[in-house]
Design a protein around this ligand. Sequence first.
Ligand code: NAP
Length: 324
Amino acid sequence: MPDLGNLQDPTPMDGLTFSNEEVLPKGGGTVERAGFVGLGIMGAAMARNLLAADCGLVVHNRTRAKAKGLAKHGAEVADSPGDVAMRSDIIITMLPGPPDVEEVVAGEGGLLEGAREGALIVDMSTSSPALARELSRTAKDRGVGMLDAPVSGGDVGAVEGTLSIMVGGDEEDFERARPLFEAMGKTVVHVGGSGSGQVVKACNQIVVALVIEAVSEALVLGSKAGVAPERIIEVLSGGLAASKVLEVKGEKFLSHDFGPGGKVEYHRKDLGIALAAGREHGAALPITAVVDQMFGALVAKGRGGWDHSALVTLLEEWSGDGAR
Ligand code: NAP
């Protein structure tokens, strides 16, 4: 696991200077100003990559102290989401989940209160497809565009600017936001109309959860049978069982240092979104439902704030002595 540093209060980046006047070029040679709401594990790193790409940035976080590090690098700090919207053309949100997204976008003092006609809201949180469609309609009624653009790649991908970004919404809005996406991610794909970015993210979260569960079962079996987990991870990583989960989370499985990362409670939220979408569309998701229950058990045990690789601890407990 690379040293992610203190993203909320980063050290100066050599050779980079920032100015509040610097803005992104738009298609026709005009310039646009970016705003960012939600500066947690992911948002702080993503906003920092926007600054490093010379974007003028207005930021806001509920706990204001989290904006301090970005302010040092030239970001303006705003008092509310509405204030961010008043000072920006394209506003990105990176919030915990659907209730927060709804409040920040459509609530009192929210983005839609402050946004100018022609502004564009880009929600990069993992949220629900139904809410994405609803907010997009509400925004459109006020002359504001909206994209759902959740990400995959974890905290490491956010820091390194290598996120995979799945975007739902109008093609024209996607092209308008593309320079921002390219500053934060490596794989940027317009997957369809409004809500489809969140559908694809739900698909992503099913795969990640089930792989974490499979790796956990493999490690517990290996330990019970007397094989060192580091040998299992090493050799699985070179064969058909290789995965990004093994690559990025392997160290956490070994050390049992479960500082997040992606939190158990957020992944459980994501599987809830996937199961609701499955019900809406008539898709059978039986194993997703089981892993959702397992994440629920971890939350009940007080491990909701742990990294999602902590799923292995549940299987270890179920398997008794020698499971680790
Ligand atoms: P996080 O560390 O909890 O950050 C969320 C941030 O949103 C916090 O700083 C929080 O502020 C802020 N916030 C919440 N409500 C707000 C409001 N009303 N106004 C302003 N700011 C508000 O979460 P994260 O790990 O960055 O994840 C963010 C999103 O990305 C989630 O949807 C998650 O599922 C998704 N995601 C996470 C990962 C990952 O590996 N972490 C990977 C891919 C996708 P406070 O400090 O006041 O709480």
